[in-house]
Write a protein that binds this ligand. Structure first.
Ligand code: AVJ
Ligand code: FE
Length: 388
């Protein structure tokens, strides 16, 4: 997303805020409320939290004419900002029958009205920066909304459809080839004036030995062979933590896979469907990605290998697990104040994912984008690219 001028910022604001609400359009009221597991937030919470972000970081500190919608909302919609204060614990987000969905839509309207007034006038560079961050933040929550909605509906025993028309276009994988990238000193990290998150900053040199990297993703069909080979019963392919995770949670394959009367089915936004064997595998944890690579006698690329090679292959269908821990780049600094909590404090015990997914909003991806999740998480649109 490139912000050209103030008018452009207002247009972007309107489009992005509207898109979030459009994602929720097919939901029943009851779907907005539930939190089936800790990591999945209720849709109504995403609607409130992404609004709270603008209220807290833009309107309250920078727009004197602003009147707070409801002083209790800070408690329910603050996600993790210690600087901002006390908040509802994450596991209790699903207990929020109040504020009602209607209240939250009114909250969105109230904040939108104020934001539009603010965006009609001149803005400082600092304010433009924080509003831009708010828009990228909302786009991150759009993808989380989609993945949380899928989890909520996909864990309902009735497997309700989110939509009967297709939500995204799936690539077909054929004739995967390995590209050879020569050894050398390369540079990674964000460059230029366009927006990036702070964790992409600190462009620096890396040395890469010669490596090979697949030009396409691992398919469902290929992953099914791994399942059928008994890999989920064979400790040899797994990290110790991964093997514990498999056993403790009785994992037998990707999230949303179901064996129904001997047929391989998969929960999709259209309900239960026949597993599409030529589509890239989806909803696998880092542990599974690494185990699959080990079973193939291969490995996952590092984030630097991914960034350099990604100029030469198509990407964007799946968030691709890399073999890199989520750590600060050299010279990384946290911004002062609450926004300094945005990314930096999560730089421990998580793995980097590169690329984007079919659910990533348009324009919300870059070669340098660093997504991150804990290694056991399956509920994002994750996939596997092999390296050697
Ligand atoms: C980058 C997707 C891991 O899910 O917490 C949302 C995105 N940051 N609000 C997350 C995010 C602040 C973040 N991930
Ligand atoms: Fe957030």
């Amino acid at each position: 997303m490139l912000i050209l001028n103030m008018k452009e910022l207002l247009i972007q604001y309107n489009a992005i805020r509207q898109h979030t609400e459009n994602i929720c359009m097919p939901l029943a009221r009851e779907d907005y409320v539930v939190q089936p597991v800790m990591d999945v937030s209720p849709p109504k919470w995403h609607l409130g939290h992404s609004t709270w972000f603008f209220e807290t970081f833009v309107l309250k500190p920078h727009f004197t004419a602003y009147t707070e919608f409801d002083s209790q909302y800070n408690f329910v919609f603050n996600s993790y900002y210690e600087t901002i204060g006390a908040r509802v614990i994450r596991t209790d987000r699903g207990n929020l029958s109040r504020p009602s969905v209607d209240d939250i839509y009114s909250y969105r309207q109230h904040v939108n009205d104020a934001m539009r007034t603010l965006l009609a006038g001149p803005l400082t560079k600092e304010l433009t920066g924080i509003i831009t961050l708010g828009l990228h933040h909302e786009q991150q929550h759009q993808e989380l909304l989609y993945t949380d909605i899928k989890y909520i509906l996909g864990h309902n025993p009735l497997f309700p459809a989110y939509s009967t028309t297709s939500v995204y276009q799936e690539p077909v994988v054929v004739n995967t080839r390995f590209l050879t990238i020569p050894a050398g000193i390369y540079e990674i990290g964000h460059q230029g004036k366009d927006f990036c998150f702070d964790n992409e900053q600190g462009r620096h040199k890396v040395y890469l030995g010669e490596y090979k990297i697949a030009d396409q993703l691992v398919t469902n069909g290929e992953y099914l062979a791994f399942v059928k080979a008994g890999a989920y019963q064979d400790f040899r392919y797994w990290h110790a933590e991964g093997w514990d995770w498999v056993k403790k949670n009785d994992i037998s394959g990707p999230l949303y896979w179901h064996l129904v009367g001997g047929r391989r089915m998969c929960y999709t936004y259209a309900g239960l469907q026949e597993l599409d064997l030529s589509a890239p595998v989806c909803h696998i944890s880092y542990y599974e990605a690494a185990a699959y690579a080990a079973w193939k006698g291969l490995r996952l690329p590092t984030e630097a290998e991914w960034e350099i090679a990604s100029q030469q292959f198509k990407w964007g269908a799946r968030w691709e697990w890399t073999n890199s821990a989520y750590l600060p780049y050299p010279g990384f600094t946290k911004a002062p104040g609450a926004v300094g909590e945005y990314n930096g404090k999560f730089m421990v015990n998580q793995m980097v994912l590169r690329g984007a997914s079919v659910m990533t909003p348009e324009g919300h991806s870059r070669h340098t984008y660093r997504n991150f999740f804990h290694p056991q998480h399956q509920w994002q649109f994750t996939g596997i690219r092999l390296a050697e």
